[in-house]
Write a new protein. Structure first.
Length: 329
C-alpha cells in the first residue's frame, strides 16, 4: 500500500509539471492562432523569429548548458540554409526533405570542424568558433556554386508530401512553428537527460567529472555536433521562409546576435533565449526603421542593462520570483 508521505511526494512532484502545462498550452494555442488574426507581414516576422530562435537554441546548448561560449553557430545555420535552398532548387520542393538535408549539413559541418575545436576552452574556444564562422562566410562569399556574393535565389515555394506549394505566409508559418516546437522539445529532453547532466557537469566542474570516470572531451564533441544539427535545421527553416540565402545570413552579425539573444534571455534556460531571439529580431528588423536605423545602438543598451540589472537574463526574473515565494511560504 502507498503511504500518505509517498502520495504527498507524488503530488508535489506533479505540481511543477502542471504549472508548466498551464503556461505551455496557452502559448502554443496563441502561436498557432496567430495567422488567423494577424496580417501577412507580422506573420512573416514571427516566422523569421521562430527560425532564428532555433539557431539561438543551438547557441544556448553550447553556451548556457555546456559552458562553451561560441560565435560560430551561424556557420552551421548557413550550411543548413544553403543546403536546403540547393535541394529546393535542384531536387525537390518538399519541406520535410529540405529540413532533413539542412539538419544533415549542419551535423556534418559541425562534426568536421568540432573535433579540434572542443579541445580548447574559454577565449581560445570562442576565437576558434569565430574563425570557423568567418571561414565558412568567406567560402559562401566567393564560391560560384552558391551564388558567391549575390546569394542563392530562385528557390521555389515549399510543399509538403507532394501537395500544392505553400505560398500563403500562414501555411509557411505553421510549418516552421511545427518544426521549431519539435526541435525545442527534443533539446529539452536532451538537457533533462543523464547526458544533459553530464554537460552541466562539464560546465560546472570538469576536473571532478573526469575524476568520476567520464570523458568530457567526448561529451563536448557530442553536444557540438548536436548544436550544429539544430543550427542547420534553423537554417533550413530560414530558407523555407525567405526563399533566398546570402552570405550575410551566416556572417558575424548573425552569430553575435544569436549570442546576444542567449545573454538577454538567460543562458541555459531554453525558453529565455527564445524570447531573447524574438526581442533581438524585433529591434533589428522592425523597431530600427522607426528610430532612424539605430537598432544596433538600442540592442547595445539593452545588453548593458541586462548585464548589470539582470545577470541571469529574462529567465532569471522568474527564478527570482519563485525564490521569493518560497521564502514567504
Amino acid at each position: 500500500m502507498t503511504s500518505d508521505a509517498d502520495q504527498t511526494g507524488t503530488a508535489e512532484a506533479g505540481r511543477p509539471a502542471a504549472r508548466k502545462a498551464l503556461v505551455i498550452v496557452p502559448v502554443l494555442v496563441l502561436l498557432t492562432a496567430a495567422p488567423l488574426v494577424l496580417g501577412a507581414y507580422p506573420v512573416s516576422t514571427m516566422t523569421r523569429m521562430l527560425a532564428f530562435a532555433v539557431l539561438v537554441l543551438s547557441v544556448d546548448l553550447l553556451t548556457g548548458v555546456t559552458g562553451l561560449p561560441t560565435l560560430g553557430q551561424a556557420a552551421y545555420f548557413g550550411a543548413g540554409a544553403y543546403t536546403a535552398a540547393l535541394v529546393g532548387i535542384h531536387l525537390t520542393s518538399d519541406a520535410f526533405a529540405q529540413v532533413v538535408a539542412g539538419l544533415a549539413a549542419g551535423l556534418v559541418t559541425a562534426a568536421l570542424t568540432g573535433w579540434v575545436t572542443v579541445r580548447a576552452r574559454g577565449i581560445v574556444f570562442l576565437m576558434l568558433t569565430l574563425a570557423i564562422g568567418e571561414s565558412v562566410h568567406q567560402v559562401a562569399e566567393t564560391w560560384p556554386v552558391v551564388g558567391a556574393s549575390n546569394g542563392l535565389a530562385g528557390m521555389p515555394p515549399i510543399s509538403l508530401f507532394g501537395g500544392p506549394p505553400l505560398t500563403a505566409a500562414g501555411f509557411v508559418y505553421w510549418w516552421v512553428l511545427a518544426v521549431a516546437v519539435i526541435v525545442f522539445a527534443g533539446v529539452a529532453l536532451v538537457v533533462r537527460s543523464p547526458y544533459g547532466r553530464t554537460l552541466r557537469g562539464v560546465r560546472d566542474n570538469e576536473p571532478r567529472l573526469r575524476a568520476l570516470g567520464y570523458r568530457p572531451a567526448l561529451a563536448r564533441y557530442g553536444v557540438f555536433c548536436l548544436a550544429g544539427a539544430v543550427a542547420g535545421t534553423g537554417g533550413a527553416l530560414w530558407a523555407a521562409h525567405a526563399r533566398f540565402v546570402s552570405p550575410g545570413d551566416l556572417g558575424f552579425e548573425v552569430a553575435a546576435l544569436a549570442l546576444l539573444s542567449v545573454v538577454i534571455g538567460g543562458a541555459g534556460s531554453l525558453w529565455g533565449p527564445c524570447l531573447g531571439a524574438a526581442l533581438v529580431l524585433l529591434v533589428r528588423d522592425n523597431l530600427s526603421a522607426s528610430i532612424g536605423g539605430h537598432g544596433p545602438l538600442v540592442l547595445g543598451l539593452v545588453f548593458v542593462a541586462v548585464v548589470f540589472l539582470l545577470p541571469r537574463g529574462i529567465a532569471g526574473l522568474r527564478a527570482g520570483i519563485r525564490r521569493k515565494k518560497e521564502k514567504l511560504s
